[in-house]
Write a protein that binds this ligand. Structure first.
Ligand SMILES: Cc1cc2nc3c(=O)[nH]c(=O)nc-3n(C[C@H](O)[C@H](O)[C@H](O)COP(=O)(O)O)c2cc1C
Length: 401
């Protein structure tokens, strides 16, 4: 292996290949572990989640990278999601006994070691051969919440087994309620206590980075995915009537939540709300919780970060339901700010996919460990020894000063 590495180094420096970096990169990508090693020796070497991003970039195929990285249209919302956290600053407090920091979080009677959760991301075997199973094992070892996508590339029963207990299921509404009900029943039978119904894609989206990078990928989709290509049926669709089936529907209204609750005993979270009015309607429709999300800047190109939507949702809910927020959380300090603004828990998507792509289970664990450590440091610095103690007094909104 080291001979090969030396050879690649020689090639990279060779005047013969000067000006042909793609060729050198393609050769380097031929062996996964070598390519990652060019960036990090192991998951433990990552100092922040961006180190894992750089390592994953080396080994994830361009088309799959594009699917992960893409936002909608010009990606203003995608960028805003993270950038908006800089609007808030932390207010430190001193001489508080911070020798014990309690980061535990509970929801619906389930307890977790941290408020940082793994949001649903489709097709995880496109990033690492062990896909959702690696993520489930990482979630289990760190006692953190994982939500499995309808677009999972691994059957839910296998993922639930790898997680141990308490996996949540994310539901796309589909245009066929019988199919929807079947997926929900299947998730229930697999032991999921909660279903998160995603409502932010009622009519498609324009994902340019995805399309652009797919064009750059020289491999043939069918070679790995089979005759249906990358959009072929996923394990969750086994046994469903696929005639005319679409994953989302533009005809649904608030009575869908009641219909859903009538066919399941699972708690129902609504994922993809961004306004106070909708949050109030979620409460009156009988939802059990809300995920403030814009699908990681992959749905409507609003230009509005989720952290800017959170206050109006928190105000409308008035403490009646738990609220999760996701989008752009890349540091423990981002998580701290969201908790200070009233979130019960915070979700991540891409950061754990970077860890997965680079190192499988160990990479997902490292992502969670990094963010948890950063959050703990923020809690220590601000003298907030439990999640409850993180209130709006712990941050400053620089736009309001
Ligand atoms: C590659 C990818 C696939 C996703 N697939 C789903 C999905 O199947 N269902 C869903 O509700 N959200 C999906 N999401 C959105 C995430 O659940 C989450 O809202 C978002 O990634 C959070 O933003 P972040 O990536 O900036 O952390 C996906 C996101 C990414 C990046």
């Amino acid at each position: 292996m080291s001979d090969r590495r030396e050879f690649l180094k020689y090639l990279a420096a060779s005047p013969l290949l000067f000006g042909m970096p793609q060729l050198v990169e393609a050769l380097g990508n031929a062996t996964t572990d070598q390519a990652v090693e060019q960036v990090l020796k192991s998951a433990a070497d990552a100092l922040n989640v961006f180190d894992l991003e750089a390592a994953a970039r080396k080994v994830v195929p361009p088309a799959h990278w594009g699917y992960m990285a893409t936002g909608s249209d010009g990606e203003t919302t995608l960028r805003a999601n993270h950038d908006a956290y800089s609007r808030y600053q932390l207010r430190v407090r001193r001489f508080v006994d911070v020798s014990r920091i309690d980061m535990s979080m509970s929801m619906f009677g389930q307890s977790f070691s941290s408020p940082i959760i793994l949001c649903p991301v489709g097709s995880q075997r496109g990033f690492h051969a062990e896909g959702e199973l690696a993520v489930a094992r990482a979630a289990a070892s760190r006692k953190q919440l994982q939500i499995l996508s309808t677009q999972s590339s691994t059957p839910i029963e296998d993922v639930a087994k790898a997680r141990g207990a308490g996996l949540w299921y994310q539901l796309y509404t589909s245009n066929n309620f019988e199919n929807t009900a079947k997926m929900v029943k299947r998730a229930e039978a697999a032991g999921c206590p909660v279903v998160a119904v995603t409502v932010d894609l009622p009519g498609g989206r324009n994902t340019e980075t995805d399309k652009r990078l797919a064009r750059e990928d020289t491999r043939t989709c069918a070679a790995c995915h089979g005759p249906n290509g990358a959009n072929g049926p996923k394990p969750m669709f086994a046994g469903l009537d696929m005639k005319g089936f679409t994953l989302t529907s533009g005809t649904l209204t608030w009575d869908f939540i009641k219909r859903l609750k009538d066919v399941t005993s699972m708690k129902v979270m609504i994922k993809g709300l961004e306004s106070g009015e909708d949050a109030a309607l979620a409460v009156s429709s009988g939802a059990d919780g809300i995920i403030v999300s814009n699908h990681g800047g992959r749905a409507t190109e609003t230009g509005r970060a989720t952290i800017e939507c959170l206050p109006e949702v928190v105000q409308a809910v008035g403490g009646r339901l738990p609220i999760i927020i996701d989008g752009g959380i890349r540091r423990g300090t981002d998580a701290f700010k969201a908790l200070a603004l009233g979130a019960t828990a915070v979700g991540i998507g891409r950061p754990y996919i970077w860890g997965l792509g680079a190192f499988g289970q160990a990479g997902v664990e490292r992502t969670l460990q990094i963010l948890d450590t950063e959050l703990r440091l923020a809690m220590v610095g601000c003298g907030t020894t439990s999640l409850k103690a993180i209130t709006s007094k712990a941050i400053i909104d620089t736009r309001r000063v």
